[in-house]
Design a binder for this molecule. Structure first.
Ligand code: PMP
Length: 467
């Protein structure tokens, strides 16, 4: 072996946060501090806890990024990946080439999903799955001689991904910056978030308002021009926004009345977070034409996404594809990567064996009840959520929403949590929580206790004029 040269030695001796600050542009980085801010480097993790490079341990109430469902350091998941990597790490998935893990996972997903969603198009993550679903919807109608039927309905506050088209579908105003967005065929309806604690109209009135708006927008664009509607059953990154009761099913029915395809984005709500493999049918009575899944599908151990497509659509795609150009030109080098599919299969096996969905149905309401007890605090505007997705909205008591003062308050809460060994996800004036699904009641108690104290400290700072 040759001795490392001076430059290598120098690099090896530099702390990781410094190297990171010099060379990495992070997703959703704050450009105003590019290169000057030390990143939190997560170095090791076990169960629901992660450790940073300085050795400090944190309870991870973010679940990585809504995705770390079975918890960190699962030997069985590591083995599944290693076994597959040794046996056959990768081969092209294009055309008629397959791998055993991908085929078996597709069969399993068809069994777990509602209705006739029996055809699986694997991708690499949630964004590529959403983008693929939109392309499938547009192709579906174009192949039937309706190329004008390409418009897409989405909603304010939605989040569907980080690519050009999925960012265009997303409706979070804070994310709209100097990037360019597709506007010709993407339309945003109002955000469906309804908070009974803070609303001055009834859930029924709100529902009717949303449905009337949707039907009017369909009429304005022309149903014959609309390919699909995409919706998260509960908006996740938009701020854990729950629609009024009955909204999901009523919007799905409205779509079907006009022949519009309904795409249910279950990237967050699927794979147990709301207590079921898929929430669309069991929780919300939906019959989607396509479901998007990612994140918890592999418990975050590998990047993976999938579009589950109804037999009806899949059959029509095959039947109507042009005879001289029958190629379905959509997909990625790493679509349905064998190592990712192998870990997803092992993930599902563990979820079934350990009845993880049943566990979430048990601890989920406890988590929400405990969090809702924080509503009495002055700086808490509201607490909302469903099972293991929740958020605490902060305010100074004056204006509601992501004002600079409210955001500073939430940031202070976040840093006090971090100081006390708890990671929550700061977003605007919200603290978002989505712990691993294996979270126990005692860890829930710990999350809420730390959060409660952080809120008290931030409130004291605010009252003392220190924020
Ligand atoms: N859809 C939803 C509902 C999401 O929350 C996300 C990611 N947070 C995505 C799509 C995009 O997934 P990914 O980041 O894996 O591309």
């Amino acid at each position: 072996e040759t001795a490392p040269d001076k430059t290598t030695q120098k690099l090896q001796s530099r702390p990781v946060p410094r190297i990171d600050a010099r060379h990495v542009l992070h997703p959703w980085a704050d450009l105003s501090s590019l290169g000057t801010q030390d990143a939190l480097v997560i170095h090791s993790a076990k169960g629901v806890r992660v450790r940073d490079s300085a050795g400090k341990s944190y309870l991870d109430a973010i679940g990585g990024m809504w995705c770390m469902t079975l918890g960190y350091g699962r030997e069985e998941l590591a083995e599944a990946m290693a076994d597959q990597a040794r046996q056959m790490a990768y081969y092209t998935p294009f055309g008629d080439v397959s791998s055993e893990p991908a085929a078996r996972l597709a069969e399993k997903l068809a069994k777990l999903s509602p209705g006739d969603l029996n055809r699986v198009h694997f991708t690499t993550c949630g964004s590529t799955a959403v983008e693929s679903a939109i392309r499938i919807a547009q192709y579906h109608f174009a192949a039937q001689g309706q190329p004008q039927r390409r418009h897409v309905l989405s909603r304010i506050n939605a989040y569907h991904g980080g690519t050009y088209l999925t960012q265009s579908l997303s409706g979070k105003s804070a994310d709209r910056t100097l990037f360019h967005y597709e506007a010709e065929f993407v339309h945003h309806l109002s955000s469906p978030g309804y908070d009974p604690d803070r609303s001055n109209i009834s859930a029924e009135a709100k529902l009717q308002e949303l449905l009337s708006e949707m039907e009017a927008e369909i009429a304005r664009i022309g149903p014959e021009n609309i390919a699909c509607f995409i919706a998260e059953p509960i908006m996740a990154s938009g701020g854990v926004l729950t629609p009024p009761e009955g909204y999901q099913k009523a919007t799905c029915d409205l779509c079907h009345k006009y022949g519009i395809l309904y795409i249910s984005d279950e990237v967050v709500t699927g794979f147990g977070r709301l207590g079921y493999f898929f929430a669309s049918d069991v929780r919300f009575g939906l019959a989607p034409d396509m479901i998007i899944t990612a994140k918890g599908l592999s418990s975050g151990y590998q990047p993976l996404g999938a579009v589950l497509i109804s037999d009806r659509i899949a059959t029509a795609l095959a039947r109507n594809a042009p005879a001289d150009k029958p190629v379905f030109s959509n997909g990625f080098t790493y679509s349905g990567h064998p190592v990712a599919c192998a870990v997803a299969l092992a993930n599902i096996e563990i979820m079934e064996r350990e009845n993880i969905c049943g566990h979430v149905r048990d601890v989920g309401p406890y988590f929400i009840d405990k969090l809702r007890a924080l509503r009495g605090k002055d700086i808490v505007y509201t607490v909302r959520g469903d099972h293991l997705m929740a958020c605490v909205e902060c305010w100074t008591g004056e204006e509601v929403g992501p004002t600079a003062a409210n955001m500073a308050l939430a940031q202070r809460v976040d840093s006090y949590c971090q100081e006390a060994g708890l990671l929550v996800r700061p977003y605007e004036n919200l603290c978002i929580l989505s712990p691993p699904l294996i979270i126990t009641r005692s860890d829930i108690d710990r999350i809420v206790a730390i959060l409660s104290e952080a809120l008290d400290r931030a409130e004291a700072d605010q009252k003392a004029g220190k924020i």
